[in-house]
Design a protein around this ligand. Structure first.
Ligand code: ADP
Ligand code: MG
Length: 620
């Protein structure tokens, strides 16, 4: 175009596009839901802004918050258009090419190691999936604050921007035109597009229309030279029509009905929000699909659990929470940096934000879901909402429900109940789908539960119930604190544990010699985060935790210990003198050893040897 200005894609974006263009990936369908999801986001944005400024929507068709799909079979062009917020020239340049999203290089890396293209939306680069099916793409966009522009690219490392003096004015919003590749012809079939919308975009909260053909019968005048015989046999007519024919016979020309094709906007989704329905009426399959659409997670895996509830009282809201099957790729990478939660806030069905930091505590950031509140005011800014007192109540209830939901994964998992005292064999055999789900949960999100224990004092006990670990008696399996307590020896007061770098290393530890021999069970903590965990987890169900490598281990039979202490007093005294006091605090008779002659124990309030090791490795 004569007025075009050319730009280079940012390098990572360019690499990503190369991958997509050359992809032999068979499921190219994903581009459509990414475009619809972007359209929906853009509509959410304009609707949110219109809450505080009605004028922003404009008038006429501009006020229709909808998505339209249109196909031109001749030109092989598929277009998706929305009346969302649109993009200014600046937005087009930044959002579609020159500024790489934080997920871009992570996604490129994933693709190089054979990752699943399906997850493109989760990395914030969904738009580029258009190049799976198109070799040339035009993005026409009109934002209230700017003129209408065209962004275009053939995925050859560059894109161009021009002021749009060619197309019809959009009013407001964005139209994406995909010039489909030869082999992507199936995306010009209505039925294919309808099927895809049904499958992946059913839960979009704005109406999605397709410009669809429709077979109709139309009346056309009969030529005078056509024989009247033909007319009588060709069309069957009702009594009524016959009458009309008779009456009008002289004034009206004769007509016949013929099949014809017309076009009209056909709606493809049911816009009723799933969370407003009664949980009893929503099927598992619908929850699964809703999760996929909400989380942009289109893997084959189902969420591990969900909770759909209504909160009543001072603060009223409905919520749906999901435990995803996999942790988000950057869950722990950006744990302490400001990162948005994955729970979306709606107020009376209007999407407000998914960046409410205060909505869920960090350790529950892996949850997906939404909250729709009737109590919060609609016409205030996000910042003001963020301060609203209702949020505290919502947060509290969400945490409670989330922890219940996670506990239920364990409760319903037959693998878990096999170890349990009160096992209900009938119930356990009922549900094979739930088998092994808690271990799966634990492997993905166990670290979050541990961080929760560190961060959330008010729910520490509830979280501790969810802890799993191996112990000297768990036989390579995971076990829980409740199970540990049920196996404690008579007279055993404390919950015993040891920390280290691996199970193998710990099992050889001299600290365990005598304990193992005496049949005490010791928890083996091998994750670096466990050290932090145990600084916060002081007790559970009235039992204290005792690190067996630290001072203070008591195993009953105090009297015998006292005797020994007395008789070896001279030796320990000499020894303490021999080792300089700078290196050693004290020398004591030990109750933990069996074969080894001596062991170095750390003091009760100091770091454990393992903690020293962790701190050292971090400072290197
Ligand atoms: P994401 O949707 O995760 O942000 P995408 O690659 O799908 O990532 O889109 C990139 C950006 O392009 C969006 O964040 C948005 O700013 C902009 N964008 C894409 N499609 C539209 C649209 N239909 N209307 C307005 N902005 C859009
Ligand atoms: Mg997107």
């Amino acid at each position: 175009r004569s007025n075009a200005e050319k730009f280079e894609f940012q390098a990572e974006v360019s690499r990503l596009m190369d991958i997509l263009v050359n992809s032999l990936y068979s499921n190219k369908d994903i581009f459509l839901r990414e475009l619809i999801s972007n359209a929906s986001d853009a509509l959410d944005k304009i609707r949110f802004l219109s809450l505080t400024n009605k004028e922003i929507l404009g008038e006429g068709d501009n006020t229709k918050l909808e998505i339209q799909i249109n196909l031109d079979k001749e030109k092989k062009v598929l277009s998706i258009r929305d009346r969302g917020i649109g993009m200014t020239r600046e937005d087009l340049i930044k959002n579609l090419g020159t500024i790489a999203k934080s997920g871009t290089s992570a996604f490129v890396e994933k693709m190089h190691s054979g990752g699943d293209l399906n997850l493109i939306g989760q990395f914030g680069v969904g738009f580029y999936s258009v190049y799976l099916v198109a070799d040339y793409v035009e993005v026409i966009s009109k934002h209230n604050d700017d003129k209408q522009y065209i962004w275009e690219s053939k995925a050859d490392g560059s894109f161009a921007i021009s002021e749009d003096v060619w197309n019809e004015p959009l009013g407001r919003g964005t139209e994406i035109r995909l010039h489909l590749r030869e082999e992507a012809g199936e995306y010009l079939e209505e039925f294919k597009l309808k099927e895809l919308v049904k499958k992946y975009s059913e839960f979009i909260n704005f109406p999605i229309y397709i410009w669809a053909s429709k077979e109709v019968e139309v009346e056309t005048p009969v030529d005078e030279d056509e024989s009247s015989e033909e007319e009588e046999t060709s069309e069957s007519s009702s009594e009524e029509e016959e009458q009309v024919d008779e009456e009008d016979a002289e004034t009206k020309p004769k007509t016949k009905k013929v099949k014809d094709t017309t076009y009209e906007w056909e709606i493809l989704n049911d816009v009723k929000a799933i969370w407003l329905r009664s949980p009893k009426e929503v099927t598992d399959d619908e929850y699964n699909k809703f999760y996929h659409s909400l989380a942009k997670d289109f893997s084959d895996e189902k969420p591990l659990a969900w909770s759909h509830f209504t909160a009543e009282g001072d603060v009223e809201f409905k919520a749906v929470l999901f435990v995803p099957p996999k942790a988000p790729h950057d869950l722990y990478e950006s744990y302490y940096n400001a990162r948005k939660t994955y729970v979306k806030l709606y107020v009376r069905r209007v999407f407000i934000s998914d960046e409410f930091d205060e909505f869920l505590p960090k350790y529950l950031n892996f949850l997906r879901g939404l909250v729709d509140s009737d109590t919060l005011p609609l016409n205030v800014s996000r910042e003001m909402l963020q301060q609203h007192s209702s949020l505290k109540t919502i947060k509290k209830k969400l945490i409670r429900k989330a922890l219940d939901m996670i506990r239920k994964i364990a409760d319903e998992d037959p693998d878990e109940s096999n170890n349990k005292e009160d096992k209900d064999a009938e119930k356990a055999s009922d549900d094979n789908e739930k088998k092994g789900q808690y271990v799966k949960f634990w492997n993905e999100f166990g670290k979050s539960i541990k961080l929760g224990i560190v961060e959330d004092a008010s729910n520490r006990n509830r979280l501790a119930k969810l802890l799993r670990f191996e112990s000297t008696k768990s036989g390579g399996k995971l076990t829980s604190l409740d199970q540990y307590i049920s196996r404690m020896k008579p007279g055993q007061k404390d919950i015993l544990y040891i920390t280290g770098t691996s199970k193998e290393q710990l099992e050889k530890s001299p600290f365990l010699e005598r304990l193992t021999k005496k049949n005490y069970e010791v928890i083996l903590f091998t994750d670096p985060v466990d050290e932090y965990l145990m600084q916060y987890l002081m007790d559970y169900e009235d039992k204290k935790f005792q690190n067996v490598s630290k001072e203070g281990l008591k195993l009953g039979k105090e009297s015998k210990d006292k005797e020994l202490k007395e008789s070896f007093k001279e030796l320990t005294k000499w020894w303490k003198g021999a080792l300089t006091s700078e290196n050693v605090d004290d020398v004591k008779i030990s109750n933990r050893l069996d074969n080894s002659p001596c062991v170095v124990v750390t003091s009760k309030y100091g770091w454990s040897a393992n903690m020293e090791r962790i701190m050292q490795s971090q400072s290197l």
